[in-house]
Ligand binder design. Structure first.
Ligand code: SF4
Length: 62
C-alpha cells in the first residue's frame, strides 16, 4: 500500500501529473489537479507524477 499526499494548496495546475498518470490524476474544475485514489495498491505511474511535479507537491509514502 502506498500513501499519496497531495499538497493541493501548492499545486499550480500545470497538468503534468494528469498527463503522466491519468489513471490516478485528473484536472479539477478549479484548475488544480486531483488525486483519484490516495491509497493505491501499487506505486504505478504515481512515482513518475511525483518526480515530474515542478513544485514538489506530490509525495509518496510507503
Ligand atoms: S504536476 Fe504538480 S503542480 Fe502540476 S498539476 Fe500535478 S500536482 Fe499540480
Amino acid at each position: 500500500m502506498v500513501e499519496i499526499i497531495h499538497e493541493r494548496s501548492k499545486c499550480i495546475g500545470c497538468g503534468a501529473c494528469a498527463a503522466i498518470c491519468p489513471s490516478n490524476w485528473e484536472m479539477a474544475n478549479d484548475g488544480k489537479s486531483k488525486c483519484k485514489n490516495t491509497h493505491p495498491k501499487e506505486e504505478s505511474c504515481n512515482k513518475q507524477a511525483e518526480e515530474a511535479c515542478p513544485v514538489n507537491c506530490i509525495h509518496l509514502k510507503k
